[in-house]
Design a protein around this ligand. Structure first.
Ligand code: PAF
Length: 300
């Protein structure tokens, strides 16, 4: 364990605390309810930087009117314990006024990469994410920032913003994606998994399994549609109520692909089970694995 973690919820005190930290400083922005996926970000941050800063803020601007803002898990005391045991240097847990003071009127909107996939179903979500992330970058001025690949589209949106706005703290190249951490049955870790009933939690394993299957079936040059249709069918047969999307897309532009080409591509799925919306994504490569779909932690 490192020295005592600094905990700040006041902007002026935060600036003083930040000034004491050895550089480079890595930032892991979160909404709390921390799990092993977040801790893998913290551990990667520790490998890459001299100091690690975490932010915890449940950002209202990225929740739609009928989404789970009120129900979103809040566990600050447990989160603090976890972060202290990981040797995090500073926690920024701002009150809403430190992020959205009265009169706040600015929105960062990243066109293109925000619009498909989750953006088509959650129209204001990525503007809410980009706005808070830029605000956190400006408050904390990190040298690098780490985000989970579980939210691949979010990662692409933030990199695009950093490039477009010539950010320096962090620069676009210093925005690091960390592979998804999975349960033993393959389900990607997410704070929202806590909403699942035990029955739905067991059924949810069909999502990564069916995605693995589809990723293996998508052959270079051949139409992806049959594998995607089979994926959707497997999810509905396996207990999912609906599928928002199941798409093969370019890993960088997020443009949907009819077939696997030479550029890196990923499979993206959002589907609902028992009122909970789960998302996942995985790489689709030219040489699909021949082994059975066994998962190992961080496997992607
Ligand atoms: O990924 C998250 O937890 C959130 O979208 C983030 C990046 C902390 C912004 O609120």
């Amino acid at each position: 364990m490192g020295d005592t973690m600094l905990i700040h919820n006041d902007l002026a005190a935060l600036q003083k605390g930040l000034a004491t930290l050895p550089r480079p400083v890595a930032l892991v922005p979160t909404m709390g309810a921390l799990h092993q996926g977040h801790l893998s970000l913290v551990r990667e941050a520790k490998r890459r930087a001299s100091s690690v800063v975490i932010s915890i803020f449940v950002n209202p601007a990225q929740f739609g009117p009928n989404e789970d803002l009120a129900a979103y898990p809040r566990r600050l005391a447990e989160d603090v314990q976890l972060l202290e045991s990981e040797g995090v240097d500073l926690l920024w847990a701002p009150p809403a006024e430190a992020i959205y003071p009265p009169g706040f009127s600015t929105t960062i909107s990243v066109a293109g990469v925000s619009e498909g996939l989750c953006g088509a179903v959650r129209p204001d979500h990525f503007a809410g994410v980009a706005t808070i992330v830029l605000k956190l970058f400006n408050q904390l001025r990190p040298d690098i920032a780490l985000f989970g690949e579980k939210d691949w589209q979010q990662l692409v949106v933030i990199r695009r913003m950093a490039r477009d706005l010539d950010l320096t703290h962090p620069a676009a190249e210093a925005i690091v994606g960390v592979p998804t951490v999975r349960e033993a049955d393959g389900l990607a870790l997410s704070s929202r998994n806590a909403y699942l009933s035990p029955e739905d939690r067991a059924r949810a394993a069909v999502l990564p399994a069916a995605m693995r299957e589809a990723a293996a079936r998508i052959a270079p040059g051949a139409q992806a549609a049959p594998a995607l249709a089979e994926l959707e069918r497997a999810l509905l047969a396996g207990g999912f109520a609906s599928v928002d999307y199941a798409v093969l897309a370019d890993a960088q532009s997020l443009a949907p692909l009819a077939r696997l080409g030479p550029n890196p591509a990923r499979l993206f799925v959002a589907a609902r089970i028992g009122g909970t919306r789960l998302i996942d994504n995985m790489a689709v490569t030219h040489s699909p694995p021949t082994a059975p779909p066994a998962f190992s932690p961080n496997d992607d």
